[in-house]
Structure formats: structure tokens, C-alpha cells
Ligand binder design. Structure first.
Ligand code: ADP
Length: 272
């Protein structure tokens, strides 16, 4: 078979750690200019069906801009994006139907409880919503009658993740899902993200936390100044660095301070 002749969405890529994988998002030479400033500078990458893919990088690297373009929320200046075979330029409406985007808590009507909010958001997608089922998925069923302002930070984050699942998406986008959470709430959110992936949903997230990327992501792209400077699995990246002779300046201990904290305070979430 002549693989090169196949359209991109029928191609399957080979990575060394895993067998054949289907590409669900393909970004080619993406560019975004804000006036004279180039925020995204010719980046290309593929996301595989069913993986947790992380975009890492310092503030201003272009992560959110990249996500928002794929989410159809921001115009690109150049390049091509395909999501599950749909060309962003030709079929943005089709893309909207199969993706889940985190709705910001600032947009939540203060007078409505969680069930009412989910029904309201379901209306945006033109969908009947089983609100209790969604709340169960994110472990918030006992908060069904609470208003969003009555939730703790971790609960709010879990609720915004529930909002990504309303339209039963194939892919969800999470922008810094655990920023500002305590270690227990972060771990509980990692579990939730793993469960969502387990059920077949592809997850793309941005994060500032290296431990989060290492624990959660199958592959990561490290962005800096609008470019992707490295794309691989966390394991490979670390092995590659070690192979250059790199050593940590201090001897690595068998535990870190977060292990001590969790050992002392337990794993249960405190925001219930
Ligand atoms: P990250 O998510 O990695 O922190 P962003 O994608 O938010 O980065 O921003 C990338 C760069 O683009 C930053 O320098 C930011 O100031 C700039 N930028 C983002 N949005 C706009 C905008 N609407 N207008 C002008 N510049 C913007």
C-alpha cells in the first residue's frame, strides 16, 4: 500500500512507545499574529486519539492561543488545523460538535444551582442533559442544589470539567486545570482526567506544573516564544537528558516535600 498517497486522516503514525495510533488533531504550520507580535510561530504537531496531550511552557509561550484556535474560538493568521478529519477553515461547526471546552466560572449565573447551570449550558449545545449523571462523573452529586459560588476551588474545577462533558465530546480541552488547588484536590483532578480518558475521550491540557505533566500526560509539547521546542513522552525527554550526562546538582531523595505533605495530611480531598 502507498501510505504517502492516503489523506492525512487515514494515516496512522508510529511512535516508539506505542503501537499504531490514529491522529485526531493535526496542526500544520500554525501562525498567530497579534498586530506586529507573532504569538504562535509556525508550529506543527499531531494529537493521537485517546491520549492525554500536554502543552507546557512559560507564560506568554502561546499555549492558550494555540488551544483557542483549535477550539474555534480564535482566528488563526496562517497554517492548517484538522480535528477528527474536519478542516477548521471549512467545518468549524462540525468541530464544535465534537469538542468540549471548559466554561469559566466567571460566566456562571450566581443565582442558579449546579443542575440548573448544566441544563442552561446544555441549551447552548442544543442537548438534553442528564445533570445528575454529569455531576456523578465529577463526584459532585451531593452539591447538585448548591450554587457555584458555594463550591471550593477544587469543586469549581471539577464542575468546569463537567461542563466540558455536556455534549459527550471526543476531545476535551483543559486550560491549567489544577492551578491554585491544594495537593489533594490536584490528585483528585488527575484521577478524574484519567477516568475521562479511560472512557475514550482525548484530553489536551496546558499546565505550568512539571509533576502534573510527568504524571498525567502521554506526550507533551514544550512551547517557548511561540514555537514548539520539544515534543515527546515525558519519559523519553528525561532519558534523553540523562543520556547527555546531566545530573541533578543535589542527590535525589526517595521522597519529596509533597510526599511528606500527603503522608502527613492524607489523600482525601478537603473541599467536600
Ligand atoms: P500562554 O497561554 O502560553 O501564557 P498566550 O497564548 O496567552 O500564552 O499568549 C501568547 C502571547 O500573545 C503573549 O505574549 C500575550 O501577551 C499575547 N496575547 C495573547 N492574547 C492577545 C491579544 N488578544 N492581543 C494581543 N496580544 C495577545
Amino acid at each position: 500500500m502507498n501510505w504517502k498517497a492516503l489523506p492525512w486522516f487515514l494515516k496512522i503514525s508510529q511512535v516508539s512507545t506505542q503501537p499504531l495510533q490514529k491522529v485526531i488533531i493535526s496542526v500544520k504550520n500554525l501562525v498567530k499574529d497579534y498586530g506586529d507580535f507573532r504569538a504562535v510561530d509556525h508550529i506543527s504537531f499531531d494529537v493521537f486519539d485517546g491520549e492525554i496531550f500536554g502543552l507546557l511552557g512559560p507564560n506568554g509561550a502561546g499555549k492558550s492561543t494555540t488551544l483557542e484556535i483549535i477550539e474555534t474560538l480564535r482566528e488563526k493568521s496562517g497554517g492548517d488545523v484538522w480535528v477528527d478529519g474536519f478542516d477548521l477553515d471549512k467545518a468549524p461547526q462540525e468541530i464544535k460538535k465534537i469538542i468540549g471546552v471548559q466554561l469559566q466560572t466567571s460566566g456562571f449565573y450566581p443565582g442558579l444551582n449546579l443542575v440548573e447551570l448544566l441544563h442552561l449550558f446544555g441549551g447552548l449545545y442544543n442537548r438534553e442533559v442528564d445533570a445528575i449523571d454529569l455531576l456523578k462523573k465529577v463526584n459532585l452529586e451531593d452539591k447538585a442544589k448548591n450554587k457555584s459560588k458555594e463550591l471550593s476551588g477544587g469543586q469549581k474545577q471539577r464542575f468546569t470539567i463537567a461542563t466540558t462533558l455536556i455534549n459527550k465530546p471526543r476531545i476535551i480541552f483543559l486550560d491549567e486545570p489544577t492551578t491554585g488547588l491544594d495537593p489533594q484536590a490536584r490528585r483528585s483532578l488527575w484521577e478524574l482526567i484519567r477516568e475521562i480518558r479511560q472512557q475514550g475521550t482525548t484530553v489536551i491540557l496546558t499546565t505550568h506544573y512539571m509533576d502534573e505533566a510527568e504524571q498525567l500526560c502521554d506526550r507533551i509539547a514544550i512551547m517557548d516564544k511561540g514555537r514548539i521546542i520539544k515534543l515527546d513522552s515525558p519519559d523519553h525527554m528525561i532519558d534523553e537528558l540523562v543520556a547527555t550526562g546531566f545530573e541533578r546538582p543535589r542527590q535525589v531523595k526517595a521522597a519529596n516535600l509533597e510526599d511528606v505533605f500527603i503522608h502527613l495530611t492524607g489523600r482525601e480531598i478537603r473541599d467536600e
